[in-house]
Design a protein around this ligand. Structure first.
Ligand code: ADP
Length: 297
């Protein structure tokens, strides 16, 4: 506590979390071993399913059963791969194979393949991202697949999903918008935590709460960041930014260095007489761009 510019009192606490950390390590180790062991028989089963499909026509009842079983097998594979990814991230062993690829082709292919998996939703793609991007194509695809699957899963009552991509100041900005259940504000900051699921949706929708944790890690490893806009009952938009030069750039548009700042994604005024700041979001937003604007006002 500081009184008259002097420290008059201070208080500190220490909490021993050794046991908690030990338990976390044991859990991580278990997840790592279990997911590895589960993957091997799964790969074999998938191989046999391919052989069965060659022998059975999809038009028959049996063919129909085989297709249904295969879809569940795909889900199981995704869950196990998510667990494996999490253990890799925790151990700092996630490897990124970066190379140049056509970003708009990746978007179009991913949207098309996810569109094939749903009869209930229509995915619209609006892309201005005809650009060659340097990054791990499969991992970026994984981020998109996760956002699209979530958009479908968490919007059972609606049909439309919109994917947008644009380039702003040497940043790629991708967003996936749904008209689904939405998320209450108090949950937004925890969504990227491991195993975090919103209480009222976890009973209704299946999942492990790992997809966004992994997606966030992948985007961070490309120098980017996430941003969410959502309203309960009003749908959600998940956006992520990928810098084209490895580092996020936010261009200044106008500022008087005192009371006004306008950047690529934010407009901020300082109302001197009333001592408050007014902020207008102009699109994508993150911590760095807000700090930059605030410092200029
Ligand atoms: P999972 O979907 O397996 O639970 P995720 O990490 O992908 O895991 O998502 C974490 C949580 O964030 C979800 O449990 C859900 O509560 C919330 N969420 C994610 N995407 C959406 C969305 N598009 N609409 C509403 N809630 C969402």
């Amino acid at each position: 506590m500081i009184e008259d510019g002097k420290v008059s009192f201070w208080l500190g606490t220490n909490t021993n979390i050794h046991q908690q950390k030990e338990n976390e390590n044991i859990k991580d180790e278990f997840i790592s071993i279990a997911s590895h062991e589960l993957k091997t028989p799964l790969t074999t089963i998938k191989g046999f399913f391919q052989l069965i499909k060659r022998e059975v026509s999809t038009q028959t009842t049996l063919g129909n059963f085989v297709e249904k079983a295969e879809r569940q097998l795909e889900r199981l594979t995704r869950l196990i791969e998510d667990l494996l990814d999490v253990s890799k991230i925790n151990a700092g062993k996630m490897i990124y194979n970066k190379e140049s690829f056509d970003f708009s082709a990746l978007l179009a292919d991913t949207v098309e393949s996810i569109q094939h998996t749903t009869k209930t939703h229509r995915i619209e793609l609006h892309s201005d991202c005809n650009i060659t991007y340097y990054g791990d194509q499969l991992r970026i695809e994984q981020v998109l697949i996760n956002l699209l699957n979530n958009a479908i899963k968490y919007s059972p009552g609606s049909q439309k999903i919109v994917v947008r991509c644009e380039i702003e100041n040497n940043n790629l900005i991708v967003s996936v918008e749904d008209l689904g259940v939405g998320i209450a504000e108090e949950h937004l900051k925890s969504l990227f935590d491991r195993f975090y699921r919103v209480d009222n949706s976890s009973a209704r929708f299946q999942g492990l709460g790992l997809g966004l944790f992994i997606a966030n890690e992948i985007v961070k490893r490309h120098g980017g960041s996430f941003w969410i806009e959502s309203e309960p009952g009003g749908g959600s938009t998940f956006s992520f930014l990928l810098p084209l030069n490895g580092q996020q750039e936010f261009a200044d548009k106008a500022t008087d260095h005192q009371t006004y700042y306008e950047g690529s994604f934010i407009r901020m005024y300082y109302r001197e007489d009333e001592h408050y700041m007014e902020v207008e979001w102009l699109g994508y937003q993150n911590y760095d761009s807000v700090v930059k604007a605030a410092k200029s006002c």
